[in-house]
Ligand binder design. Structure first.
Ligand code: 3PG
Ligand code: MG
Length: 413
């Protein structure tokens, strides 16, 4: 059933506690390298402020392991948000405790407060399964959630990137706020509509492009997509587990030997379902991976001592042809070692093909940080139908999993 959104409730004069995913990428000096996740939360933020709500924003940043660590402060995010909103963003140096409580209590309609990183508390990341089995953990997670919940009258979840987690702020806070409005923001609504509709009503041909290092991360997605898509294009290091399972020589390429049987079974399953799986026919290979490493093209087998770091020119051409001919495209994961040029060429070629297909009328949905940043680097953002703010979350959605954190929110009547 569809979930209520912030548009369905009254926020005027209310304290609105909103979980966002401001887990943004940063460089070594803490500068935000993409503010996409902040920008995409703005419609919900502005809507609440314009309607006279007072907003308490909460998020995690990175994985600080349950203790305060200034390398993971959300302060730079407060500054960026303030620039984007053109108004002051109050910052609380802690997500709970006296300072947060006092600042929350003093909020007036139209004010916005950002709480410090939730993951400075280990309680935030206690898994619900562990909490069910251990009374002490349950008590700790609940107490933390109640402290956050006590500051507000309404709960809004717009943290799509974290929707697959049962963190305290995602799941326990709305649980303990039962009886108060608990709704989604516009970003979650949009993400669920786009991803859901793409899977349910695709125009054909429907092509999925999967990349990244590990087959083991993508098994669930492949299994769920096999009978939905016409074709799966596989690149990135995960391709070498598939190629090896088919008896190809992969040299020293990354390979998950433990998953070779599974890879072969997936290929058989796809053949039975009439889903074509395309693997790269050629590869960019190096002896040792480093910036500026000597590289060459290997067609078919890869010699011992060499490892694949990108798809080759033939693969780019073959893949691009099928992508450009598609009407629906899902893409998650890079084709090679995207962070080291020139081994980003394959990923960029795919990004260009996806943009071209979209210009010709295809619907394209991209998830995962690396694929999204390839598109950003090429300035192609506006040529993609939907770039998801979720990496892990969009993958789990494509696996057909349900999100507890969203299930618990109020249903539309
Ligand atoms: C992400 O970027 O994957 C989300 O913000 C969730 O973060 P996590 O994987 O550390 O839970
Ligand atoms: Mg993640």
């Amino acid at each position: 059933m569809a979930k209520k959104t912030v548009a369905d409730i009254e926020v005027k004069g209310k304290k609105v506690l909103m979980r966002v995913d401001f887990n943004v990428p940063q460089d070594d000096d803490g500068n935000i390298t993409s503010d996409d996740r902040i920008v995409k939360a703005l419609p919900t933020i502005k809507n609440i402020l314009n309607r006279g709500g007072a907003l308490l924003l909460m998020s995690h940043l990175g994985r600080p392991e349950g203790k305060r660590d200034d390398a993971y402060t959300l302060r730079p995010v407060a500054e960026r948000l303030s620039e984007l909103l053109g108004k002051k963003v109050i910052f609380a140096n802690d997500c709970v405790g006296p300072d947060a409580k006092a600042k929350a209590a003093a909020l007036k309609p139209g004010d916005v407060l950002l709480l410090e990183n939730l993951r400075f508390y280990k309680e935030e990341v206690i898994k619900d399964k562990a909490a069910k089995e251990d009374a002490q953990l349950r008590e700790a997670k609940d107490t933390f959630a109640r402290e956050l919940a006590a500051m507000a009258d309404v709960y809004v979840d717009d943290a799509f990137g974290t929707a697959h987690r049962d963190n305290a702020s995602m799941y326990t806070v709305p649980s303990v706020m039962e009886g108060k409005p608990r709704v989604t923001g516009f970003l979650i609504e949009k993400e669920l509509n786009f991803l859901g509709d793409t899977i349910r009503n695709p125009s054909r041909p429907f092509v999925a492009i999967l990349g990244g290092a590990k087959v083991s991360d993508k098994i669930g997605v492949i299994e769920n997509l096999i009978d939905k898509v016409n074709r799966i294009i596989i690149g990135g290091a995960m391709a070498y587990t598939f190629l090896k399972s088919r008896g190809k020589a992969v040299g020293d390429s990354l390979c998950e030997d433990d998953f070779m049987d599974k890879a072969l079974a997936l290929l058989d399953q796809a053949t039975e379902a009439g889903c074509e799986v395309m693997l790269p026919p050629d590869h960019v290979v190096v002896r040792k991976l480093a910036p500026g490493a000597e590289h060459r093209i290997a067609v078919g087998d890869i010699d011992p001592g060499w490892q694949a770091v990108d798809i080759g020119p033939m693969a780019r051409k073959e893949f691009a042809e099928k992508i450009v001919g598609a009407k629906t495209i899902l893409w998650n994961g890079p084709m090679g070692v995207f962070e080291i040029a020139p081994f980003d060429e394959g990923t960029k070629a795919i990004a260009q093909a996806v943009a071209q297909a979209t210009e010709q009328g295809a619907k394209s949905v991209v998830g995962g940080g690396d694929s999204a940043s390839a598109i950003e680097q090429l300035g192609l953002q506006d040529k993609i139908s939907h770039i998801s703010t979720g990496g892990g979350a969009s993958l789990e959605f494509l696996e057909g999993k349900k999100f507890k954190a969203i299930e618990i929110l109020d249903d539309k009547q």
